[in-house]
Design a protein around this ligand. Structure first.
Ligand code: MD3
Ligand code: FE
Length: 217
């Protein structure tokens, strides 16, 4: 047993912020596990490297992506889908680390969704300048399941819209260790990420890593 000045202090639990019914921000919920989560991401990307997918319209996405779990989200000229096979390797996606599964289960539970059992984890990597334009997540089989997102590394401004693309958006800062759970009436909201400003983080250098856990199958 040792106490080091350089260890993270225990984090006081912060009350969940309700963005709207079904959408809750759990500030710092993943802070304690952040270094272990990032080590697991490195393990995943050694098997399934980050890549820039192409949209059905032929545009290269500025976000670099990979997946772990039984299913992975992919996009190409033929459309968007969940696929058990990584098209770049022809192999199954890396397994979802137990730490990921447990964190997603615990966060969903804290937001009022019990028994969340994700079968897909999309791993997004942002650099300064990377953005994600306004979209809905509608490639999953059953919208009754929530989506859990975990932000790591440099901060981002998340755009939170409405049921229609043209609806007014709010900006929400997502910082290292923040977890957001989106379910119920919030599940099909339009959302996106503004271009990231230049920044550095001690654990990720100039990147932001976002994990989104889904029940896709
Ligand atoms: C609200 N990722 O991977 S996380 C995505 O920061 C995605 O990488 C963003 O949008 C990111 O699809 C945002 C927050 C998020 C994720 C999924 C949602 C919010 C959501 C699904 C439905 C509603
Ligand atoms: Fe999304």
């Amino acid at each position: 047993m040792s106490l080091s000045l350089f260890d993270d202090p225990p984090q006081p639990a912060q009350p969940p912020e309700v963005l709207e019914p079904g959408a809750m921000v759990l500030r710092g919920f993943a802070l304690r596990q952040a270094a272990d989560l990032l080590a697991a991401v490195q393990q995943i990307t050694s098997q399934a490297p980050f890549r820039h997918l192409v949209t059905p319209g032929g545009l290269r996405m500025s976000v670099a992506m990979t997946n772990c779990g039984e299913l992975g989200w992919v996009s190409d000229r033929s459309g968007y889908r969940y696929d058990p096979i990584d098209p770049d390797s022809g192999q199954a996606w890396p397994a979802m680390p137990p730490l990921f599964h447990q964190l997603a289960l615990d966060a969903a539970q804290a937001a009022g969704f019990s028994g969340f059992a994700p079968d897909a984890c999309l791993v997004n990597r942002y650099a300064p300048g990377t953005r994600l334009s306004l979209h809905q997540d509608r490639d999953e089989g059953n919208y009754a399941h929530p989506i859990v997102s975990v932000s790591l590394g440099i901060p981002a401004l998340f755009l939170w819209g409405g049921a229609q693309r043209a609806d007014k958006t709010r900006r929400i800062a997502l910082l290292h260790g923040d977890v957001v759970v989106w379910g119920g009436p919030a599940r099909l909201r339009f959302h996106g990420v503004l271009p990231l400003p230049e920044a550095r983080h001690p654990l990720t250098s100039t990147s932001r890593i976002n994990l989104t856990f889904r029940k896709a199958g």
